[in-house]
Design a protein around this ligand. Structure first.
Ligand code: TXA
Ligand code: MG
Length: 323
């Protein structure tokens, strides 16, 4: 199958209506989309990604109002968060109606709902009469794609069309929230909407949901995810450098060049120390470093605040497999 990259929304619509896959741009990362209401279309996502079927998918809707066709008993606090952050980088785990097939939720009674904030995907969603199930458009376990070129790199020949909406503006997957019957907000995955911003809106703390590594509820909770092929370590650069000084090292830091140390390649996530800019660059820089045939990638730990928290989370998971 030839994979075409383009901006033809009508073509994307046609392919989706035929029950096939299209990669779509979002503000977080690119998604690999299928008609969420058709199990025989959704199963193709798992095949193209090599993704285990116990891992449920996010359902992308054109609006919060349209999401109500697929959910029920929506808590008031979810509504409040949606008013502030949707469309945006936040995904809601909500009780599903049986319009959503089991394959989408891996049998769970909850469905993950997100309204993406990207003009092309919103236009596409408003032209089809179904929502789109879409995980990130990368092979399972590898770095999420933030450009059409990233998608093409790993899914070429496996999908017909990649809708090119430029570089992802946020660059990190959505924050995933769930709810309990006390109107608490349960944080399942840190992501593109900062916890501090959520807490400001709800006027209280979120509750971190502990992951059980044997039965992850989110693939974002699996260890060894978002990982480059090259070994990666995160921590204090000067200390890590001592262990690997005879090796071909790639450095990824926020803004510090470490001029006294020798690296085969250096990338600064944000020369001005801006965490939003760092998030935008993170996945494409990891891919760049992964292509340089380095012995090891050393990454500076970022401040654990705002988007820095989600960046550190992804980097920790990227290195876990090698420890
Ligand atoms: O920003 C994003 O969230 C991107 C874009 C494409 O929207 N999507 C994304 O999808 O990151 P994915 O599949 O890579 O990660 C979604 C996570 C998975 O870890 C999955 O386990 C979790 O959401 N999830 C989906 N449905 C769920 C459900 N019913 N219950 C619990 N977790 C769920
Ligand atoms: Mg993913």
């Amino acid at each position: 199958m030839e994979t075409i990259v383009g901006t033809n929304i009508a073509r994307a619509k046609e392919i989706l209506e035929q029950g096939s896959l299209v990669a779509i741009p979002t503000e977080t990362v690119y998604g690999l989309a299928a008609n969420a209401l058709k199990p025989e279309a959704v199963v193709k996502i798992f095949e193209a990604k090599n993704r285990p079927q116990f891992n449920p998918l996010i359902v992308h809707c054109k609006s919060w109002a349209s999401a109500m066709d697929y959910t029920q008993d929506v808590p008031a606090i979810a509504q409040q968060l949606a008013e502030h952050f949707s469309p945006g980088a936040i995904t809601f785990l909500l009780p599903k109606k049986n319009t959503i097939p089991d394959i989408v939720t891996a049998g769970s009674d909850l469905v993950a709902i997100r309204i993406p904030n990207h003009p092309m995907s919103l236009a596409l969603l408003s032209q089809v009469d179904f929502p789109l199930a879409a995980p990130s458009a990368n092979p399972f376990g590898y770095i999420s794609p933030t450009s059409a070129a990233h998608v093409l790199d790993s899914l070429t020949g496996k999908i017909e069309y990649i809708l090119d909406g430029g570089n992802a503006q946020i660059g990190l997957e959505s924050t995933i929230v769930g709810f309990d019957d006390q109107e608490e907000v349960l944080l399942h995955r840190v992501g593109g909407v900062a916890i501090e911003d959520i807490e400001r809106v709800i006027g209280k703390k979120v509750i971190f949901v502990q992951s059980n590594p044997n039965k992850p509820q989110s693939s974002g909770q699996l260890k060894s995810h978002y990982a480059p092929h090259t070994d990666l370590l995160i921590g204090d650069i000067a200390a890590l450098y001592q262990q690997f000084s005879d090796k071909k090292i790639g450095l990824m830091s926020l803004s510090n060049l470490y001029p006294q140390l020798h690296f085969a390649h250096r990338l600064l996530l944000s020369p001005s120390g801006n965490l939003a800019e760092a998030a935008q660059n993170l996945f494409s820089f990891l891919r760049q470093l992964d292509e340089l045939d380095l012995d090891i990638i050393l990454v500076e730990k970022l401040p654990n605040e705002g988007l820095g928290r989600a960046i550190n989370d992804r980097l920790n998971r990227a290195q876990a497999i090698y420890k």
